[in-house]
Design a protein. Sequence first.
Length: 202
Amino acid sequence: MITLGVHGFMGSGKSYICRILTVLHDIPVFNCDMEVKKIVNDDTDYLRNSLVQLCGHGCYIGLKWNPIHIAELAKKDRTILDKIGAIIEPYLIAEIDRFKLLHKNLPLCVIESALFGKSEALLNTVDKIVLINAPLDIRIKRIMARDPRRGSDEIITLLYNQIAPSIDIDYVIENGDDSLDSDVEGEVQKMVDDLMTYVKRS
């Protein structure tokens, strides 16, 4: 089995590409963002205590994770998201391993994340990487459209925290054109065909 990492900044359209992979190609996708939301709301005392120690009691409202508090912390300390990520990472990697084991008999599965460049452990869970590109102004518009509560300053801070050392990229899909003339599905098809050829040769 080949594990493909779908990589790109917030708003680049990773989830859109993953929907194409799932709906048109029947490829299972592990969404790291969604899994992290589950992990931080887990009732594991050690995890919660570690996050509260780092971020203060305001990071939870009752038993629920408080992203507004984290966003305020990130404005003052641009390293806070990396520190949170370091605490969560072992739990996330364990869930990825379970996902891959579940689908071990398939030729291809997908891990979606914006943070492959920030985590060697996360990067080591995939065999190939596709980078999803979109211009900054389009990424900001997309983020604000799906979450109007976020201002441009907060979005810039979040995007800044995703900047990481460059990693080896196997494929690039340009996803900055939302017009009907865009052939993103065709680009995904070419990539899938190439990956399936690689699997057959392995």
